[in-house]
Design a binder for this molecule. Structure first.
Ligand SMILES: [Zn+2]
Length: 234
């Protein structure tokens, strides 16, 4: 997911009112501060089919999805954050609407470090999915147990989230990795490739998968990257 400048994140946090702060969850994991905005839970419930829940079992399954999504995305962001800390830089994790990011001081990572930090998120998340698939083949979970949909959701979210994020569309992880590979002099090509891939995925997502949410995100990314490409071409 996008990794904006921590300075932007900090000024945004300072502008929040006390009532909004009260609705947020703060804790530390492995010494890394974590902040969860209320919109993270709301958008996860939306992705998990919260709008179509019609009985108490549906609602329980949406909550199971939200919890599995939370674990999976936390693991993804911890991958980024632990890599940032490995390079001796301070970091914190924020979970927000439709995802999250791990912050780091701007301009302190070189291209190789930036690539490693970005790749670490989806890699750790995919490793979690593989581990769970192996585990599921070797243990038996009683039918009807909520543990079964939880583990299935955890595997599914981890694979989809990691693969989607590796698409070369800036500012997703794949776009950030492409930017690290091409270097600062070829940034406009990062944006051009992002536009082409985002348009292709947006159209394919709508007609092949029947999902509108993915297409909306891709249209937004395509527009942002087109603007950035034109600005960089001047
Ligand atoms: Zn990421």
């Amino acid at each position: 997911m996008p990794t904006p400048s921590p300075y932007a994140a900090r000024s945004k946090a300072a502008a929040l009112t006390n009532s909004k702060k009260a609705a947020m969850i703060h804790f530390s994991i492995l010494g890394i501060p974590v902040r969860i905005e209320p919109w993270f839970w709301i958008t996860m419930a939306f992705i998990g089919g919260g709008l179509h829940a019609s009985n108490s079992m549906d609602i329980i399954l949406v909550l199971v999805f939200v919890f599995a999504g939370f674990i999976s995305i936390m693991v993804h962001e911890l991958g980024h954050a632990l890599a940032i800390r490995k390079y001796g830089l301070p970091t914190s994790i924020t979970l927000q609407a439709f995802g999250g990011f791990a912050s780091f001081p701007a301009g302190r990572l070189d291209r190789k470090q930036s690539f490693v930090v970005t790749a670490a998120g989806p890699l750790v998340q995919l490793a979690l999915a593989v581990l769970l698939i192996v585990l599921m083949r070797n243990i038996s979970i009683p039918e009807g147990s909520l543990f079964l949909p939880f583990i299935r959701n955890l595997i599914w979210v981890s694979i989809v989230w990691a693969v989607l994020n590796c698409l070369p569309v800036y500012p997703m992880d794949g776009g950030q990795m492409l930017a690290a590979i091409l270097g600062p002099k070829k940034q406009r090509y990062v944006h051009l490739i992002s536009v082409i891939v985002a348009v292709a995925i947006g159209i394919a997502g709508y007609f092949l998968l029947g999902t509108i949410l993915l297409s909306i995100f891709m249209a937004l990314f395509a527009w942002q990257n087109w603007q950035a490409f034109q600005a960089a071409s001047r």
